[in-house]
Design a protein around this ligand. Structure first.
Ligand code: ADP
Length: 276
């Protein structure tokens, strides 16, 4: 059977734990053919690791989309988009591509940086991306921003946010509690329009987890492309990223990426699924 093709519309993380590098590595591990339309290039200061974001000129972004669409992706994922113009265009490109699945990772900050990249972008994601999304994968902060509920602190808060984000048009919502909710376990909340499910794994080390969010969304994209249902895709993606986080490693004094290949090379981790 032909390889399914998965397109990521995302930024380049030169340290290669997150961004389109994480997406391509994950696509490869999960047996899809990864394609990229690059929005920006993130570089790091070698002394402080502060980030510098260099946008790709819009006409070059557009040319990449034309090439990628002509290849015919089966699933499309978005990562760091950067501007409202790019957000709008990414939503249109998904429709033009004819792909079956659209995974929206509503990236709002670069990890390690506190500044929200551009507040107006949240409204643009709600307007142009969520109504088309098969699955949207916000973390707690991003879900609070999208739903306009501020800081989410509990599973009940996550349920409220998931309902609002679903009403905004996303067919399926997974809010990543991750490390922010509890110290012992890692909880995510999935909502499929009818029922809430809590996905739980053990909590692994938290120092070397750069790229976890991108890897989770990319794994969801690859599993969808290869035929899993949205619910089974997010459960499998949580298992995939849990192995990657458990095997995260120290790159330097500032950052440690997840090991994108750990699921295939090292170990599988159980995900507990409960209705809540
Ligand atoms: P983001 O990078 O978007 O903030 P997260 O890192 O919060 O995303 O989450 C990505 C996935 O990894 C989620 O399924 C989350 O629950 C899980 N996760 C994050 N940190 C840990 C950890 N230390 N141990 C186990 N799972 C984790």
């Amino acid at each position: 059977m032909a390889l399914k093709k998965t397109l990521t519309i995302a930024g380049s993380d030169t340290s290669a734990g997150a961004g389109m590098q994480a997406d391509l590595k994950t696509f490869q591990e999960l047996n899809t053919y990864g394609i990229v339309a690059l929005t920006s290039i993130v570089t790091m200061d070698e002394k402080t690791w502060s980030h510098d974001v260099t946008p790709i000129p819009f006409d070059v972004f557009e040319k990449q989309l034309e090439t990628a669409i002509s290849i015919g992706p089966d699933a499309v994922k978005t990562g760091m988009l950067g501007t409202q113009e790019i957000i709008k265009r990414a939503g249109e490109a998904f429709v033009e591509s004819g792909a079956d699945y659209f995974v929206v990772d509503p990236v709002m900050v670069c990890k390690g940086e506190n500044e929200v990249l551009n507040p107006g972008n949240t409204d643009a994601m709600v307007e142009y991306l969520l109504p088309k999304a098969t699955v949207v994968t916000p973390n707690l902060f991003e879900a609070g921003q999208l739903a306009n509920l501020g800081t989410l602190k509990s599973i009940d808060d996550m349920k409220k946010a998931a309902e609002i984000i679903h009403q905004q048009g996303a067919a399926h919502v997974i809010i990543k509690g991750g490390k922010a909710l509890d110290q012992d376990k890692s909880y995510d909340l999935y909502f499929d329009d009818k029922q809430f499910y809590q996905l739980t794994t053990d909590m692994f080390q938290q120092s070397y987890n750069h790229g976890a969010g991108c890897t989770f969304a990319a794994a969801t994209t690859a599993y969808l492309a290869n035929g899993k249902s949205p619910k089974d895709a997010v459960i499998a993606a949580k298992a995939f990223v849990a192995s990657a986080i458990k095997n995260g490693w120290k790159m330097n004094d500032f950052v440690g990426p997840v090991d994108h290949g750990a699921f295939n090379r090292v170990e599988h981790i159980d995900v507990e699924v409960t209705e809540v």
